[in-house]
Write a protein that binds this ligand. Structure first.
Ligand code: XIL
Length: 441
């Protein structure tokens, strides 16, 4: 079914009138859980930092062999609400505008036989790619003496061919399924082993991967045990820090990346580090420690956020802390779910994604981008990346279900509809990039 499109600026009312129900045909793929899926966390997950919902889930979903997703069955009763952009998003910014993509044989892979339309939208609007999964530890380095770069090379080549850069994600990350088996309970020289891991990967990609999340999610302030605020991952356990110190593995990984390619931008990346003061403090502790050694360039804020939480002030404050240190700020994994299942009590039901909600989300995306531009000076803007292209491929539906048991067919967190049409949210980001006021009009 073809959805009629008209220029957005003249079309809010008309678009509302033109919304049509998308025929839910051929939709048998899952929602993009990745080749092997484990939710890492609950993201910006509570309406207050003290009420942490289950912050760690460990569900896994079966690897899917489907080469590519088709249309979604999760369109609201209103059908997709779309705009016809009269801009290319990345051309409105002088910093990387990124999107996380699936590759290899993952669901929603950009390399599927029928994925040309998906690739076209990506090339049209984005200037940077992050691999949603296939550049994580176990994908690149399954065994101590074996690295597997083919899938990532395909992704990096695609980016290069199309004038995009790649942000590497992530050299060190804790989830069980992501940690190569040989690293568990490693009995040799762990510093040499970790250094080799980081050095080999960074050197392999050279300058085609312009930046890296060197360490992802080292902070854990939600578990009652540990109480030191650090995630007691396998890496932490190689050498637990002395009281008041940052876990040594973090510096080892950054030092190796820095030594291999000092010109790349190296980030520490984490979630819930805007509104949650404890998690922000820990993030900054890491940043300060690495900054003292001159081996970090910036802080990545994942920003899996909601319509009303965290507040814009929370974003502003967190970004400012990093800017005050002269470090770069990168929004690494933005999605804005229109429902927050972690608010306490029964998870709320799935709302109808109607024009009102789509417009409110447009304003929300705009305001987030606006805070980024207002707070972070041009030379410290590491980039602005959304975690997925189309709503139906978002990881959040799996994540929410794993964490709360509530089922959501869709939470509409991204900038494009399942049929690849652009959402008003895309206009919201464009408005901010253009320096225009965030408005529902
Ligand atoms: C997610 C992927 O999007 C999913 O496909 C996978 O099943 C689990 O990981 N924080 C991160 C990302 O740093 O790596 C996570 O990506 C989302 C949360």
């Amino acid at each position: 079914m073809t959805i009629p499109k008209i220029p957005y600026r003249f079309s809010t009312l008309a678009t509302a009138l033109l919304t049509v129900a998308l025929t839910a045909c051929g939709s048998d793929s899952d929602n993009g859980g990745g080749a092997s899926s484990q939710s890492s966390q609950s993201s910006e997950n509570a309406s207050s930092s003290s009420t942490s919902a289950s912050s760690q889930t460990s569900a896994s979903s079966e690897a899917s062999t489907s080469s590519e997703a088709s249309s979604s069955s999760s369109a609201s009763s209103e059908g997709p609400i779309s705009i016809e952009p009269d801009f290319q998003l990345s051309l409105l910014a002088d910093f990387p505008v990124g999107v996380a993509v699936s590759a290899a044989s993952e669901p929603y892979t950009i390399f599927g036989n029928n994925a040309q339309p998906r690739r076209d939208v990506i090339v049209e609007h984005f200037s940077q790619l992050t691999a949603g999964n296939i550049m994580k530890m176990s994908y690149l380095h399954p065994e101590e003496d074996r690295y597997t770069f083919d899938d990532a090379d395909e992704l990096v080549n695609f980016a290069q061919t199309n004038g995009m850069s790649v942000h590497g994600h992530a050299l060190v990350w804790h989830p069980d399924y992501q940690v190569p088996n040989f690293m568990n309970g490693y009995e040799g020289d762990w510093e040499a082993m970790l250094t080799d891991h980081v050095t080999t990967i960074v050197n392999h990609f050279g300058d085609t991967v312009v930046s890296w999340d060197v360490v992802n999610e080292a902070v854990d302030t939600y578990s009652s045990n540990p109480s030191d605020g650090w995630r007691h991952s396998v890496f932490y356990n190689y050498e637990p820090p002395a009281e008041g110190e940052v876990p040594p593995y973090i510096e080892v990984a950054f030092q190796a990346a820095h030594d291999a390619k000092p010109e790349l931008d190296l980030y520490y990346n984490d979630y819930d580090n805007t509104a949650n003061a404890d998690r922000l403090a820990k993030t900054l502790e890491i940043a300060d420690h690495l900054d003292d050694k001159g081996i970090i360039d910036g802080v990545g804020f994942q920003m899996h956020v909601y319509m009303g939480y965290p507040s814009l002030d929370a974003f502003r404050n967190a970004f400012q802390e990093v800017v005050d240190r002269g470090l770069k700020v990168k929004v690494t994994e933005l999605d804005v779910a229109v429902v927050n299942p972690y608010g306490g009590g029964e998870p709320p039901p799935q709302p109808d994604y109607d024009m009102e909600l789509a417009t409110a989300q447009k304003v929300r995306f705009c305001e987030i981008a606006e805070v980024y531009l207002e707070t972070v000076p041009a030379e410290l803007r590491g980039g602005f990346t959304v975690w997925g292209l189309t709503d139906d491929e978002s990881w959040l539906m799996n994540q929410f279900e794993n964490a709360t048991g509530a089922e959501y067919d869709d939470v509409w967190p991204l900038l494009f509809n399942a049929d690849l049409s652009a959402k008003p949210a895309l206009q919201g980001v464009a408005d901010a990039f253009n320096g225009e006021p965030c408005s529902a009009e």
